[in-house]
Design a binder for this molecule. Structure first.
Ligand SMILES: [Zn+2]
Length: 690
């Protein structure tokens, strides 16, 4: 047999899907880059859309499935952004090929098909393939001997064991590596992982015991960009046909040829074109929050690399037609959304073009003044605040010149500005109260994803109420309805954005309250007038974290009463997305053992996954139920009562989880005195406590 076969990028994708279709798999289109999972900013792997099926909480729609999934790893836990451009293998956007068995075939079927596709269909030389298995997995190791005549390299948990968390489905995996050639000195670059077959075999309980799952699943994944490099004899993914064509489009738009000196910029721009183009096509709008901010940062980095090539102004919007040409057959949404995507990207690029030039001038003026090659935090903050340079953009610009940024100083400047704007809100409260606006209908704050339209009732700018205001204006806005939680009862208000006709017109940094009116405070990114019909979108990942923190605060109070004594009373609290601060009456410092006992108790209640009920009732009924009320809160006739299992029952208007398990974890940080007889304890919650 003749080994080796060159195949184009798009042909490989099709070959993969055709192969699994002919082996009884249902072929499904890629899911959106916006995952149906509030803990993730983007779809980061092929398994994300199937999490529910793999964990057994959703039924499988077919026993065998295969797809090629769009993925973005930038921002959050999974972040490759800083590495793009410096080697041949990092991408923020990539495609993951995968085949799935939901309780159908298992190890033998998966290994047979992987090997058959690689060696018979793609005609890869078996001598160039290596496989690994888990040390405990005799079955997979024996299958490799039988099917491929391969002796697997046996590795431990770090390399060859998969689990979604400390408990739940888990199992061994087998990985296939391809030899990119003995001319490559570094083993990690020479032997590259091309496919990972995960065998979800066991359920792990809290004591670490493994029980075989009733339905065993297979979850495989491989990077299409690496497969293209492998099939085209390239060591750099960016030298494959798809990227060569995209890089040529960059040359056409910038009128600059690719050279060894500028190749990084070509890689960054082509990578970022895919990330921004696909994300906006899937509905992400560049903004100052969440995934919108990740896309804004990526777009601005691409523009900076355009500038390095001597290009001015719009770049990715000019390149988008080339993306449609290269990938539009496989992803029809690219062409379908073209006019909208190009308009959104072009608006975003036009808004940043002048700021980029002016910000670079400021930066160049500052560089000669530096001490020890560190850019002061306040300069980085000015670039951020005035010129829209995300911190990582400034760091990227300075990386080549070996200059660091004082990140702590940047964060300090940011915090100071937030505190100033919070103080300003206090100053404007009397202005709002004098307007006598009707109380905002904010009942949707408890169902923040409900679709609704609102009307702009008031705009406050520079201490005056105006009929309309423009992009760039710092404003406070009142609406007739909102799903934003305005700061109240110790829980900080939501951030997010206000949209009109699907386009963001305001970045809301915090929602506050003036009596019954919710005040959206922030900066306009478009024009806004009183009477406009708008939609409100909160920053959901921040809200999820705040909600966890709030229920955790109730558990903390109960745990303190349990561990210390019944006389512990709440004297104040602050619930933020990243922490809980709880002040309580107690006459002495807590011992380390007491702190540990409180933390353990809270985590025990979280692990018990107790139901949390949200009920509305009369104040009298709540008192009868024994709900804890706060010493200085006023309550209406109807109150909300939040009950966590048999542990906590409190009057509270905040947002809460529905099961304590959603909190994930809690960690006590500090306990100290703040005044005579009053102690303050702080706690991290959720992913920040893990
Ligand atoms: Zn509360």
């Amino acid at each position: 047999m003749q080994w080796g076969k060159t195949m184009k990028y798009n042909e490989i994708r099709k070959t993969f899907l055709d192969y699994f279709e002919s082996h009884g798999h249902k072929i499904v289109p890629s899911a959106s880059l916006i995952p149906n999972d509030p803990t993730l900013l983007f779809t980061v792997a092929g398994m994300v859309p199937w999490k529910g099926i793999l964990q057994g909480t959703e039924p499988a729609f077919a026993p065998r499935v295969a797809d090629v999934q769009k993925c973005i790893r930038a921002g959050g836990k999974h972040n490759d952004l800083d590495e793009v451009g410096f080697d041949g293998r990092h991408h923020t956007f990539f495609e993951m090929v995968g085949n799935w068995s939901f309780g159908d075939y298992f190890k033998a079927g998966a290994i047979e098909m992987s090997w058959d596709l690689l060696t018979r269909v793609l005609k890869l030389d078996p001598a160039k393939l290596r496989v690994t298995t888990h040390t405990s997995d005799e079955e997979a190791t024996e299958l490799w001997r039988k099917i491929a005549g391969k002796e697997a390299i046996r590795l431990g948990d770090h390399d060859n064991w998969w689990s979604a968390g400390d408990t739940g489905p888990c199992g061994p995996c087998t990985e296939i590596f391809y030899d990119f050639g003995d001319g490559i000195a570094n083993d990690d670059d020479r032997w590259v992982e091309i496919w990972n077959d995960v065998f979800m075999q066991f359920d792990r309980d809290a004591n670490g015991n493994l029980t075989p799952l009733p339905k065993q699943n297979v979850d495989t994944g491989g990077g299409l960009e690496r497969w293209a490099a492998m099939m085209q004899g390239k060591t750099d993914n960016y030298d494959t046909d798809l990227f060569v064509n995209l890089k040529r489009a960059v040359s056409d738009v910038t009128h600059v040829a690719e050279t060894p000196e500028n190749v990084s910029s070509f890689k960054v721009i082509t990578d970022h074109l895919r990330a921004v183009g696909f994300a906006v096509a899937d509905g992400v709008i560049p903004s100052n929050t969440d995934r919108g901010y990740v896309i804004r940062r990526i777009l601005r980095r691409a523009m900076r690399h355009g500038q390095l090539l001597g290009h001015r102004g719009a770049l990715l919007s000019e390149l988008y037609p080339a993306l449609v040409r290269e990938m539009g057959d496989a992803y029809p949404e690219l062409a379908r959304e073209q006019s909208r995507v190009v308009e959104i990207i072009r608006n975003e690029e036009n808004a940043f073009a002048d700021m980029l030039q002016n910000g670079m001038k400021l930066l160049e003026n500052e560089l000669p003044k530096l001490n020890n090659n560190v850019l002061p935090g306040d300069v980085a903050f000015k670039l951020f605040d005035t010129y829209g340079f995300p911190l990582d953009l400034t760091q990227m610009i300075l990386r080549d010149r070996n200059i660091d940024v004082d990140v702590a100083g940047f964060e300090r400047a940011m915090t100071e500005q937030k505190e100033r704007s919070r103080a300003d809100t206090k100053g404007t409260r009397t202005l709002w109260e004098a307007q006598n606006l009707p109380a905002t209908d904010d009942s949707a704050k408890y169902a923040p994803n409900a679709e609704m339209e609102s009307t702009v009732l008031g705009i406050l700018r520079d201490g005056e109420f105006v009929k309309s205001a423009n992009a760039g204006d710092a404003v406070e806005v009142a609406l007739d309805k909102t799903n934003f939680y305005g700061t109240q009862g110790g829980q900080v208000g939501d951030s997010g954005e206000i949209l009109r006709d699907g386009t963001s017109v305001m970045t809301v940094t915090e929602a506050a309250r003036a009596d019954g009116v919710v005040i959206h405070k922030g900066t306009l990114t478009g024009n806004l007038s009183v009477g406009d019909t708008v939609k409100t979108a909160i920053n959901t990942s921040v809200r999820v974290q705040t909600t966890r923190a709030h229920t955790a605060t109730h558990l903390l109070q109960a745990a303190l009463q349990h561990v210390l004594n019944e006389d512990v009373h709440q004297r104040g609290s602050k619930v933020s997305p990243d922490s809980v601060r709880f002040d309580f009456s107690f006459g002495r410092a807590m011992t380390d053992a007491e702190k540990k006992a409180v933390e353990d108790l809270v985590n025990q209640w979280i692990a018990a996954d107790m139901p949390v009920t949200h009920e509305e009732m009369s104040l009298d009924a709540a008192k009868e139920k024994g709900a804890t009320a706060l010493f200085n809160e006023k309550y209406g006739d109807t109150v909300k009562v939040i009950t966590a299992g048999d542990v906590s029952c409190e009057l509270c208007g905040g947002t809460h989880v529905y099961h304590t398990g959603e909190i994930l974890k809690a960690r006590v940080n500090k306990e100290k005195s703040i005044s005579s007889g009053i102690r303050r304890i702080t706690m991290s919650v959720g992913t920040l406590a893990e």
